[in-house]
Structures are given as structure tokens and as C-alpha cells.
Design a protein around this ligand. Structure first.
Ligand code: CU
Length: 576
């Protein structure tokens, strides 16, 4: 492993930023961070009820990992739960190292109960906020945490150093075992039950039953500027987020810096992160920060509740100001649940801080429809066909509903040359063109189930347009690509126009991210260079859609020589 070549080994558990700042020891070289993640059920009480919740080290949310760019992580996952599990380091590029990426049956077989697997990887050229989460079934509902990447020693943020900073993990809580919610949905073919609460750092907040006591509080001194590292870890919902009376300045997304963007509200899809600065320039007191759904699917049930935390001004003595704790904080104004205008205005305003490298010549011009579908049943009255009109819900990319292997992982099958696990004939364009966002003929609603990959030559320059469809419903699908960051060069409503839309692409300073929402009833275009060999999952980060098949995988071939080839698998890679 690369990490073993590094000079400095240090045991470090959850480095706090303050510790980093206060540290007088300044290593020029990268560090290796060792952690043990014990995946185990622990009683967690929320909304008046205690559930046996799958956690890491008994913590919910799980531990925060804090490293610097260039550092390595060695994380031993010990599975003491009753489910298969894997861990994914969301947004980490994992150069030449798909073995550490984590999606089950894609880059590894799951860690079975009683098993262990050590994830070893290096952060290379990334700064900002990422996160980690389980990547097996719906375990990520409770198995997730922040992954903070500070600049290398001697390097700085491209904005004034904030006085404090906090991870703000937005989550979704089910007053049931999330794995049972999934199990039921997969049996009936209907949409899964919606969550019962959203959470901020694991806490629903004051607006829910039995929740005031645990409400997350973020202390701030008057006049200070603080950094919030907002992560949407919710299972199935895009969210609006706002802070009462305080403007936010976005300075980063998905571990990439942005041109500073002042805003009163952000929209954040599952899988995305947003770093914002806030200055405590209001009357000392307590202010709610709040998040609730941005819901784009029509006629679909959703959790319409609001989670809150408190931004609390402290007096100079470090205690909360007099008489403040008794007064009820004011709530920020959040957009309407279906306010696509606000969501689109925000997302389309994001820019990289300056000119970035975007490929201008394209080797692979891909056009992927993304959306839902329905599988017809021979017996529509079957208990297994409780979707619309006696069908089962499905989802697809270019009409292929992705089927995960069950007896091997894609990466292991590829590496060992095991035939019959996947094919490489994923279609680069829809098999049948149609009016994607119009009234779609019912004959086109049923996708084909298959395990199809799309092969990319090492170094090929890829343009990929995600086109939402109106099959069942138009919707914003947060599309996540493993192993890569990409430039978001354009977006629009309706059907993508290959003649008139590309001239409007931003090839100068587009934002760079790892997850982007397909515009609801529209399209979004990205570009990247396929410089990371391996098999990389690409999927909708709404987990209900993922299990219905809204996914595909890229097989990026090795280039020339060792430095352009996948490294050998670690000896403890789990077997199926
Ligand atoms: Cu989706």
C-alpha cells in the first residue's frame, strides 16, 4: 500500500480542529490515521422510542474523521451486527484503489457478521468536507459520519480562517428498523414508508415529540465567523437548509472550493456537502437552523417535518447570554417543498473559484436517461405487486434497471477474469429515443433488468448528460459517481438539445462535485477525464431509487504501466 511508504505513523482518534491548531509539532510529511470501526447494534432513543440501532463504535452519528490532504487512513471495520455491511468513503477519489471504495457487490463482497476488513486509502488532492457511510442495503440510515479534509500543513483555506467550525450532518430517522422498511418495500413492490423525522447531528430537534432535550446546539461568540460543514446524509430526500437571520456564504461543495456565494438558503441532495461561513453579527441570542424537504416527485408521500438545531450566542465568559435560553428561538423561512425555482437558482449559481481544466475535446459522448419505471405483474393482485395498478416499482438508466451481483463483486470478477457476472454492453444512449419529459407511451415504462457496465478507455474524456424522464414522475435524482469528481457544465429544463444547449456550457469555471441532481423534468451535463482505472458505481443517491435499479457502473480500463493500473487487492478483501 502507498500508505506504508509514508514516514510518519501516528495513532490518532478523531483529531479535533482545535488540537490541530494548538499542536506545536508540525509534520511536513503526511500522516497515517488508524481507526477501528466496530459496527454494532446499540439502543438509540429518538421520538420517545428506543430502537436497536446499527452504529459505529456505539455512536450515532458515527465518529468524525479529520485528516489533511495527503494523509492516509487505515480503518479496520469489525462487523458485530447481524447484517452484511460495507463502508464507503463518499467522494474520496480512491485513485487506482477501487478495493477501498466499498459499495457491496461492486468493489467488494460485504463484510459478513463476525468478519472484518481493513480499508486503506490515501487522500490525494482533495480539501473540504466529505463523509463516509455504509453501502449495503439501507444501513446508511444510521451508519454515517463526517470526513473532514484540511489543507496540507502550510497550506490555507482560500478564505479567512473561521474561528470555529462544526460538522452539520443532516439525516433521516425512521421510527422503525430501516432495514425492515426496505424489506417490506422490496416484498410489496410499493414505495417504501417515509421517515418520521429529519435530524441534525442525529437529533430531530425541538419541533418533534420527546426531542427538545437533545437538540443540537452550536455555540458562537458575537462577531465571530464560523464554518458549517453541511452534509446531507438523509436516505431519500433533498433538503432545504437555512439559519434564521443569518446569511450564509458558500465556500465549498463536495470537497472542492467555490467562488463565495451569499445566500439565505441552500439546497442539498443526499450525498452532497456544502461548506458555508456564517458571521454572528445579529443581536446576541438563539437562532434556529432548520432543514426540511425539497420534494420534486409528484403524487408521492414524503416526510414533511422540519428538523432544527440552535445557533447560540455565548457571552465573553463562555456561557450562554443571560435570559437567552428561556426565549424561543425564531425559525428561518424555508422555501415551499416544491420550490424548484429556488433550488435551481441556488445550484446554478455555484462556480469554481477560477478557471479550471475542463476537457474541450470529447471521446465519449454519453446520454443517460434517469428515472423510474414500473414492472408489470402476471398477477396484478399478488401481494408482491402493490405498486401503482398492480405493478412493482423499478428505476433505470437508459432503460436498464441495474441488478447487483450476489455471488461475487464486479471488481473481483473483473480482476480474476470470472465470466458471467456482468456484461459491458451498457447503452451509451437510450435504446429508443422518445420525448423524455413529455407524455411517455406506457409501452416504454418497463425497464430491463441487467448487470451492464460501460467500458471507458483510460484517459478518455467523457461528457455525460443525465436526462430526467417523466415516466411515473419527473424528479430530481442526485446522481453520484464513485471514484471521480466531475465538472457540472450545464443544466436545463425539458429535453436536452444537442445542437442548441452545448454552446451555453460553462467550460471556464463550472463547479466540481461528486453528486449532482438531474434537474426535475430536465437535464444536467457533466464532464470528466477517466483517469482512475477500476469499476465505479454511478447511481441515484436516493436509496429507494438505488434499490430499484437507478444505477450502472463504469469499467475504466487500465492505462499503460503500473501508475495507470488498478493496484492488487488487499489479502483480507472479503469473499462472498
Ligand atoms: Cu433517484
Amino acid at each position: 500500500m502507498d500508505s506504508l511508504k509514508l514516514a510518519n505513523f501516528s495513532m490518532c482518534s478523531c483529531l479535533l480542529f482545535a488540537t490541530l491548531l494548538a499542536s506545536s509539532v508540525s509534520f511536513a510529511a503526511a500522516e497515517v490515521h488508524f481507526h477501528e470501526f466496530v459496527i454494532q447494534a446499540r439502543p438509540v432513543k429518538r421520538l420517545c422510542r428506543t430502537h436497536s440501532t446499527i452504529t459505529v463504535n456505539g455512536q450515532f452519528p458515527g465518529p468524525t474523521l479529520a485528516v489533511r490532504d495527503g494523509d492516509s487512513l487505515v480503518i479496520t471495520a469489525i462487523n458485530r451486527a447481524r447484517y452484511n455491511v460495507t463502508l464507503h468513503w463518499h467522494g474520496v477519489r480512491q485513485l487506482r484503489n477501487p478495493w477501498a471504495d466499498g459499495p457491496e457487490y461492486v468493489t467488494q463482497c460485504p463484510i459478513q457478521p463476525g468478519g472484518t476488513y481493513t480499508y486503506r486509502f490515501t487522500i490525494q488532492g482533495q480539501e473540504g468536507t466529505l463523509w463516509w457511510h455504509a453501502h449495503s442495503k439501507w444501513l446508511r440510515a444510521t451508519v454515517y459520519g463526517a470526513l473532514i479534509i484540511y489543507p496540507k500543513w502550510g497550506s490555507h483555506y482560500p478564505f479567512p480562517m473561521p474561528k470555529r467550525e462544526f460538522p452539520v450532518l443532516l439525516g433521516e430517522w425512521f421510527d422503525r428498523n430501516p432495514m425492515d422498511v426496505l424489506k417490506q418495500a422490496l416484498f410489496t413492490g410499493a414505495a417504501p414508508n417515509v421517515s418520521d423525522a429529519y435530524t441534525i447531528n442525529g437529533q430531530p430537534g425541538d419541533l418533534y415529540r420527546c426531542s427538545s432535550k437533545g437538540t443540537a446546539v452550536f455555540p458562537v461568540m458575537p462577531g465571530e465567523t464560523i464554518l458549517l460543514r453541511i452534509i446531507n446524509a438523509a436516505l431519500n430526500e433533498e433538503l432545504f437548509f437555512s439559519v434564521a437571520n443569518h446569511q450564509m456564504t458558500v465556500v465549498g461543495i463536495d470537497a472542492a472550493y467555490t467562488r463565495p456565494l451569499a445566500t439565505n438558503v441552500i439546497v442539498i441532495g443526499p450525498g452532497q456537502t456544502t461548506n458555508v461561513l456564517i458571521t454572528a453579527n445579529q443581536a446576541p441570542g438563539r437562532y434556529y437552523m432548520a432543514a426540511r424537504a425539497y420534494q420534486t416527485a409528484q403524487n408521492a408521500a414524503f416526510d414533511n417535518t422540519t428538523t432544527t438545531a440552535i445557533l447560540q450566542y455565548m457571552s465573553t465568559s463562555g456561557t450562554s447570554g443571560k435570559g437567552q435560553s428561556s426565549s424561543r428561538p425564531i425559525l428561518p423561512i424555508l422555501p415551499a417543498y416544491n420550490d424548484t425555482a429556488t433550488a435551481t437558482a441556488f445550484t446554478s449559481s455555484l462556480r469554481s473559484p477560477g478557471k479550471i481544466h475542463v476537457p474541450t475535446q470529447i471521446d465519449e459522448n454519453l446520454f443517460f436517461t434517469v428515472g423510474l419505471g414500473l414492472i408489470n405483474c402476471s398477477n396484478p393482485n399478488s401481494p408482491r405487486c402493490q405498486g401503482p395498478n398492480g405493478t412493482r416499482f423499478a428505476a433505470s438508466v437508459n432503460n436498464v434497471s441495474f441488478v447487483f451481483p450476489t455471488t461475487n463483486s464486479l471488481m473481483q470478477a473483473y480482476y480474476q477474469g470470472v465470466p458471467g457476472v456482468f456484461t459491458t454492453d451498457f447503452p451509451p444512449v437510450p435504446p429508443i429515443p422518445f420525448n423524455y419529459t413529455g407524455n411517455v407511451n406506457r409501452g416504454l415504462w418497463q425497464p430491463v433488468k441487467a448487470t451492464k457496465l460501460y467500458k471507458l478507455k483510460y484517459g478518455s474524456r467523457v461528457q455525460l448528460v443525465y436526462q430526467d424522464t417523466s415516466i411515473v414522475t419527473t424528479e430530481d435524482h442526485p446522481m453520484h459517481l464513485h471514484g471521480y469528481s466531475f465538472a457540472v457544465i450545464g443544466a436545463g429544463f425539458g429535453n436536452f438539445d444537442p445542437i442548441n444547449d452545448p454552446p451555453k456550457f460553462n467550460l471556464i469555471d463550472p463547479p466540481v462535485r461528486n453528486t449532482i441532481g438531474s434537474t426535475p423534468g430536465g437535464w444536467v451535463a457533466i464532464r470528466f477525464v477517466a483517469d482512475n482505472p477500476g469499476i465505479w458505481l454511478m447511481h441515484c443517491h436516493l436509496d429507494s431509487h438505488l434499490v430499484w435499479g437507478l444505477a450502472m457502473s463504469f469499467l475504466v480500463e487500465n492505462g499503460v504501466g503500473e501508475l495507470q493500473s488498478v493496484i492488487p487487492p488487499p489479502p483480507d478483501l472479503p469473499r462472498c
